[in-house]
Design a protein around this ligand. Structure first.
Ligand SMILES: [Cu+2]
Length: 167
């Protein structure tokens, strides 16, 4: 048994020297930040969507609006870049801005949610604008919507038509 133990100790010693040498040769290299890469599925699971409701336009041909809360449970920013639904021709991400004392809606290319923060899309603030309703929707109706976040898998949500309608 003894020679085997000695052999094992020798192997560890050699390994130890090799490791020490590689460490000392790379001693001038600054340690890099190790970023944990999660599979896309894991990331999208940590995006929380709640409080979804859709305010239908009262007049035909006018856009409807959708509101929801997006919570980011990730360590990095998440960026909403597009929303689609088979029920509507086109969905835009909007914000409200003050321009010359007047509140105006503007389309934005992306909506960023910082880590551990919730962005609420609500009347008078960020919202989704739904153009070109393809068929009838009534209060309480549910329909699928797809949220696309930069670098993540698409997230399917269900739009629910709320009680209050747009004037
Ligand atoms: Cu709008």
């Amino acid at each position: 048994m003894k020679p085997i133990i000695v052999a094992i100790i020798c192997v560890f010693l050699v390994l130890g020297i090799v490791i020490m040498q590689s460490n000392s040769s790379g001693g001038d290299v600054k340690p890099e930040k190790v970023k944990m890469e999660k599979p896309n599925n894991a990331v999208i699971e940590s995006v929380g969507i709640s409080g979804i409701w859709v305010r239908l336009a009262l007049l035909e041909g006018r856009p409807s609006a959708a509101y929801l809360k997006i919570t980011n449970f990730n360590a990095d920013n998440i960026t909403l870049i597009s929303v689609t639904s088979e029920k509507f021709d086109r969905i835009e991400i909007h914000t409200h801005l003050m321009e010359e004392g007047v509140m105006k809606m503007r389309e934005i290319d992306e909506l960023i949610v910082k880590p551990n923060e919730t962005v609420e899309l609500k009347p008078g603030g960020y919202h989704l604008m739904l153009f070109g309703l393809k068929d009838k929707l009534e209060k309480g109706d549910k329909f699928p919507m797809t949220l696309k976040f930069k670098g993540l898998e698409e997230k399917q949500i269900e739009g629910i038509v709320g009680q209050e309608n747009l004037k």
